[in-house]
Design a protein around this ligand. Structure first.
Ligand SMILES: *Cc1c(COP(=O)(O)O)cnc(C)c1O
Length: 405
């Protein structure tokens, strides 16, 4: 079956909970063992002292290790990316930072795509150096040889990619990045390719199918989808996920049962929400492209044959998504004038939610990026970023139209 057909029931049996059709919120810190022997066996498995027996499910011990609301959610999330395992975290940043801390050691380096999410950029450039780990950035047009040249002389243990990049929608070729990662690393292990799929996932791009070892999400965005929670997720094969899960257990940065329950509720409508958002985005982007006060629109649905970015798009993505950025004619004054005049769009950061949002990357989400990098990446004062929601597109266009006037 398709994932959307399974989001209402997969992994849950009503007889576990008095016949309740929905998985209840297991608001509990700890779980009762049937016997001391059972408790011993649960711990042996949880702490990796023995392999799992055929068909054996990990027993419930304590909600920092596992909880039905997280476990069932993780099984459902895994379906979209066809991943062996998933771990849900209390934020996208806790998912990303846990992956960095598990797979990088003092003396290592990581290659990362630019631009990345502001929090990720901060972690790479301000936090990891304190632990002796160096970040080396690269941009969308760099070739395999150029990436390998950048890695030379460093012990690169991870290639970290965000594609499409925020806020310009530039695409990175994941197969090329995977090829690069396979030529780096050391005797112990090859470099891991980690992909932040927040912008497209889990519906429109499946990085694990294009050579990624791990995929990370801010579940705050499309997966949560209602601007009412903060959460994150990591997915990948069982071997790597065992390491991620173990570090999560000891950092204690798992999501709680209430967040898990909310995310399960969100997943039931994920496909219909995202599908409508993408259709609305196409309409808004087309309107902007034809507007005399708009200089340039950054929308994946406008890429054309012959553009190398279009080749990556065709190979990697099944949809243009619902993020639209544009350069307004003028500068900060004109951009702010537009933002302050919006009525239906909310002036707020974040993305992927049911309501449409608008913001100014240069002074908001990307204000921490250096002037030189902003210039290189095309994040100028005239750039406005829109996240398109599920409203009627005619109302969204009417709002954009009156705000441009
Ligand atoms: C929001 C976001 C994050 C961080 O996630 P939080 O849930 O806010 O911690 C990471 N990557 C991308 C692409 C994001 O948009």
């Amino acid at each position: 079956m398709h994932p959307e057909s399974l989001m209402m029931s997969y992994g849950y049996k009503p007889e576990w909970s008095e016949g309740a059709v929905k998985c209840p919120i297991f608001q509990t810190s700890t779980f009762v063992f049937k016997s001391a022997q059972e408790g011993k066996e649960f711990f042996e498995l949880a702490y990796g002292k023995r392999e799992r027996n055929v068909g054996e499910q990990p027993g419930l011990i304590y909600s920092r290790l596992n909880n039905p609301d997280l476990q069932i959610l993780e099984e459902r999330l895994s379906l979209w990316d066809q991943a062996e395992e998933c771990c849900v975290f209390e934020s996208g940043m806790s998912a990303i930072s846990t992956v960095f801390l598990e797979f990088l050691r003092p003396g290592d380096a990581l290659l990362y795509s630019m631009p990345v999410y502001g929090g990720t950029d901060h972690f790479i450039n301000k936090v990891l150096p304190e632990y002796g780990i160096k970040g080396i950035g690269f941009t969308e047009n760099e070739t395999e040889d150029e990436l390998l040249a950048k890695a030379k002389g460093h012990q690169v243990k991870m290639v970290y990619v965000e594609s499409p990049a925020n806020p310009t929608n530039s695409l990175f070729d994941l197969e090329l990045c995977s090829k690069v990662a396979k030529q780096l690393g050391d005797k112990e292990s090859l470099a891991q390719l980690v992909v932040d799929n927040t912008y497209m996932g889990p519906l429109w791009q499946h990085p694990l199918q294009h050579g990624a070892d791990l995929v990370v999400y801010s579940a705050t965005k499309y997966i949560g989808g209602h601007s009412d929670l903060i959460a994150g997720a990591v997915l990948g094969n069982a071997k790597l996920m065992k390491r991620v899960r173990t570090l999560r257990t000891f950092l204690g940065n798992m999501a709680g049962p209430w967040t898990g329950w909310l995310l399960m509720r969100s997943l039931e409508t994920l496909k219909v929400r995202m599908t409508q958002q993408a259709e609305n985005a196409r309409n808004v982007a087309d309107f902007l492209k034809a507007h005399p006060k708009v200089e340039k629109v950054y929308f994946l649905g406008h890429l054309q044959e012959g553009d190398p970015q279009y080749e990556i798009f065709k190979k990697q993505l099944s949809c243009a998504g619902a993020m639209v950025s544009f350069d307004i004619k003028g500068g900060e004054r004109e951009a702010f004038g537009f933002l302050d005049n919006l009525k239906l769009f909310k002036l707020a950061v974040s993305l992927g939610s049911t309501e449409s949002l608008a913001q100014h990357p240069a002074t908001m989400t990307h204000s921490d990026v250096s002037d030189a990098d902003r210039k290189m990446l095309g994040i100028s004062e005239k750039l406005v970023r829109l996240s398109i929601g599920v409203e009627h597109y005619e109302d969204l266009i009417a709002d954009v139209s009156q705000a441009l006037e």
